[in-house]
Every structure is written in structure tokens, then in C-alpha cells.
Design a protein around this ligand. Structure first.
Ligand code: BGC
Length: 250
């Protein structure tokens, strides 16, 4: 099949990663560039690094960028793990100005979900599918018969008196030095709350910790089938590139 190039950048609390993507297969076409997220992660500092990464690949076409934020028509409405000055900012305009190409901006978990539904564990899955990314926080992407319901923010459901991501993100396992069994028990509790509210047909577990899925997926207790994400940590980049291509009608 002919290669269809796209370009995506995934912005997280600790790193900014960019790569060209073959959109016919969902595979990174070349190397991946990663730079640490600047601290403080102000819009200008982040946009400058995204422009540097983009110029390293000599990319001059429309591209996609993810943020750990709710995005409504390109405007960031929240800013988890980033500087609060993102809130209310037209992120799509900012990146387009710095990178000098049209930029589609979307939530990081929504991007990962788009990639998984097209190329990974969610292929050909209809019904209600939820992708969850376990990392610094918990991101969510909800699909109904393959269509994304954007900005679901299910990582912020209340769980035993706290925000779910504080109790059950991968970061909680590190901070509290939890065993796999103890952390899996927390994730199970979270999944049980979630499945009682939205009754998914499939849950896809993503984020960096999905690389170690064999250590914790078999320990989960919930009624919904849970599978590991197929694209692992590249899903955000692939989904960003795919979203931009979709916007330009390819
Ligand atoms: C944010 C989400 C984001 C997730 C993963 C959460 O704290 O509210 O927007 O998708 O972290 O980065």
C-alpha cells in the first residue's frame, strides 16, 4: 500500500515527542525525537520546542499536536501538568504561528484513542469502547461505534473520596511504591466505578505502563474485557497525525 505521510507531536508533563507517521499503517516512518518538557511549561516555551522538532523533520504540511487538556475548537480549557496560562488560549493558533503550518490540536488521550481504534487494539470494534491512558494522570477516550466523543476526562471521576487519577494513575504506583497487586486492586476499583456508569463493551489500557501489561492486566477484576493498547507509547503521535489528516480530508 502507498505510504501516506503525516506528522504528529505528543506533549506530556515530562516530555515532548514528535515523529513522521505512515498513515496507511500507523507506524512511525522514521526516528522519534523527544525533548524534556520545559519547566514552567508555558505556551511560548512549549510552542518554541514544537517548532524546533517540526523543523528537524523539515515538515511543511498540516500537522497534529496533543495536549493534556480539554480542547474546544482549538482553545485549551484545562491544563493538567502544564502551566495554568494555557487555560483559555487558542492553542491551534499558537502552534500554527510557531510552526508556520496549519495545526490541529486535540486531547492526548483522544489522540491515543483515535490511533488505537484505527491501527491497534480497537480495530473493527463497535459498541462502546474506552481507552484509558495510565501515566502521570489518567486520560480517557470514549468511542461509540467508532466515533469519538471528545474530552471525556474520565480520569477525574471521584474514587473513594479523591480524584481517580490521584489514586490509580501509574504515577500513584511510583509515588506510593505500590506492588503490582496493590496497584491493580486500585485500578480494578476505578474500572468498576467507570463500568457502572457507562457500561463499555471493551476497555483498552494504554500509556507507558501498558508495556508491562503482563504484570497487571491479569490481576484486574471487572466485568468488562480489558486489553492492552497495541501502539503503546507512540499512540499519541500517531493519533495526532491522523487527526490532522482527517481535518484536511485525507
Ligand atoms: C487530564 C487529561 C489528560 C490526562 C492524561 C488528565 O489529568 O485532565 O486531559 O488527557 O491527564 O494526560
Amino acid at each position: 500500500m502507498a505510504r501516506t505521510p503525516g506528522f504528529g507531536v505528543d506533549i506530556g508533563g515530562s516530555g515532548i515527542k514528535g515523529a513522521t507517521v505512515d498513515l496507511s499503517s500507523g507506524v512511525l516512518a522514521d526516528r522519534r525525537v523527544r525533548v524534556p518538557t520545559p519547566q514552567p511549561a508555558t505556551p511560548e516555551a512549549v510552542a518554541e520546542l514544537v517548532a524546533v522538532i517540526t523543523s528537524e523533520f523539515a515538515w511543511h504540511d498540516p500537522m497534529g499536536v496533543t495536549l493534556p487538556s480539554v480542547l474546544k475548537r482549538g482553545i485549551a480549557r484545562t491544563a493538567a501538568h502544564l502551566d495554568p496560562s494555557w487555560k483559555g488560549l487558542a492553542a491551534n493558533e499558537l502552534f500554527s504561528e510557531y510552526c508556520r503550518v496549519p495545526v490541529t490540536v486535540l486531547n492526548d488521550a483522544d489522540a491515543a484513542g483515535l490511533a488505537e481504534m484505527r491501527f491497534g487494539a480497537g480495530r473493527n470494534q463497535d459498541g462502546v469502547v474506552v481507552l484509558l491512558t495510565f501515566g502521570t494522570g489518567i486520560g480517557s477516550a470514549l468511542f461509540v461505534d467508532g466515533e469519538l466523543v471528545p474530552n471525556t476526562e474520565l480520569g477525574h471521576l471521584p474514587l473513594d473520596g479523591a480524584d481517580a487519577e490521584i489514586r490509580a494513575a501509574a504515577a500513584a504506583r511510583d509515588h506510593e511504591a505500590l506492588s503490582w497487586a496493590d496497584w491493580a486492586a486500585r485500578v480494578s476499583r476505578y474500572l468498576q466505578v467507570l463500568e457502572d456508569l457507562i457500561w463499555p463493551d471493551l476497555i483498552i489500557a494504554g500509556g507507558g505502563i501498558s508495556r508491562k501489561a503482563d504484570k497487571w492486566l491479569p490481576l484486574l477484576e471487572c466485568r468488562t474485557p480489558v486489553v492492552a493498547a497495541g501502539l503503546r507509547n507512540d499512540a499519541g503521535i500517531v493519533g495526532a497525525a491522523a487527526a490532522a489528516a482527517r481535518q484536511r480530508g485525507r
